[in-house]
Design a protein around this ligand. Structure first.
Ligand code: TYD
Length: 202
């Protein structure tokens, strides 16, 4: 694969940022052109998204902020791919589907699968389908224990919320051909090797 789009997904503390950057580095060492990116982005749109973490805002406002950031990010991703890059994104559209559906369900009530469906539909015009999405799956009790070392606990990082987010991720993965699930309770080295062998097989 010389150009393409790979996304990493998973709940907070699953290790995806470390795995994504290690994979990007290895691909570069193979001589590939690689762009490692993330969401929320480091643009002013991404900054607006980050600001919402610390504010009490309407869940739909928050969801649309993530989508606003993504629409522009998607254009950037397409451009980089057309220039012959492999783009690796630490979080993308499935984060919004998994996280915002959980938040909608908790704050507004109503069945989570309906929110998942709606978020997938509303996302369609502003996304492209990745060639591969690696879901780093882990029990939230384990991932939260890793995160407790971190100074800042974010809005989304509660056990109750992350259990719902994980449920959504697993449901989405079941219905999508481009998803591969990796057991992220294994050691970081094992997770990296599994991710690497999946990518080499592309
Ligand atoms: P994260 O990747 O964990 O960034 P950091 O390492 O800087 O904390 O993402 C931040 C949080 O934002 C995380 O809890 C997941 C949440 N999030 C959503 O709720 N929806 C989205 O669409 C995205 C991209 C992130």
């Amino acid at each position: 694969m010389d150009s393409g789009f790979i996304t990493f997904e998973g709940i907070d503390g699953c290790g995806k940022s470390t795995v994504a950057s290690t994979i990007a580095q290895r691909l570069k060492e193979q001589g590939k052109n690689v762009e490692l990116t993330l969401e929320p982005t480091h643009t002013w749109l991404g900054e607006a998204v980050r600001r919402s973490y610390t504010e009490e805002i309407h869940p739909y406002t928050e969801a649309f902020l993530f989508l606003a950031d993504r629409a522009t990010h998607t254009d950037w991703i397409k451009e980089k791919m057309s220039q012959g890059n492999i783009v690796i994104s630490d979080r993308y559209s499935d984060s919004t589907v998994a996280y915002q559906a959980a938040l909608f369900h908790q704050k507004l009530g109503g069945p989570m699968p309906e929110y998942v469906k709606w978020l997938q539909e509303v996302s369609q015009p502003v996304i492209i389908t990745p060639n591969l999405t690696l879901l780093l799956d882990i029990d939230p009790e384990v991932s939260l224990a890793r995160l407790n070392d971190r100074a800042k606990m974010e809005k989304f990082e509660t056990l109750e919320n992350l259990k719902l987010v994980r449920e959504n991720y697993l449901a989405i993965a079941k219905d999508s051909f481009h998803f591969r699930i990796i057991d992220s309770s294994k050691t970081l080295e094992e997770v990296i090797e599994e991710a690497w062998s999946i990518i080499q097989g592309l």
